[in-house]
Design a protein around this ligand. Sequence first.
Ligand code: HEC
Length: 129
Amino acid sequence: MQRKDEIDFLELLKNPVRLFGLSYFYFLTVAGFIGAYYIWNMNDVSRNGIAPVLLRDSTQFVQDIPMQRGAMIAPVNVTEVGRSSKALIDKGANLFKANCVSCHGDNGMGDGLSAASMTVKPRNFHSAQ
Ligand code: HEC
């Protein structure tokens, strides 16, 4: 049988199965080009798809904080803090009623409601013991 160098397209039409043999090289070539294209554009492939402009970061976050005038806080006189006064005693009595009465009792006798269930009894403030 004589070997033919060129592809005889008319003969391919008569015997189409031979086309599949050629398609192998066709797909190989296409795959090669796609692979080369991928490698040449590797930098773009590895970049983030989301443009950073779309992301809100803390530097772009704007919040409306109402304007306030500057004000001086009244200074604390440290020499007066330790000195007893009616106002301080009332303040302390209110704090004691709010936070301490449940255990230490209304008069600080260690007989508050919660004291009954305690193994270590709350201190009786009227006793030096
Ligand atoms: C949950 C119950 C409870 C509450 C509420 C509570 N105490 Fe007590 N307190 C105790 C008990 C129990 C003791 C005794 C602890 C001990 O003997 O180890 C104690 C002991 C004390 C002592 C003595 C501490 C010492 O070392 O001798 C003081 C002072 C005191 N309480 C003050 C307060 C004050 C002031 C408040 C409120 C702000 C308060 N307690 C609230 C349970 C309570």
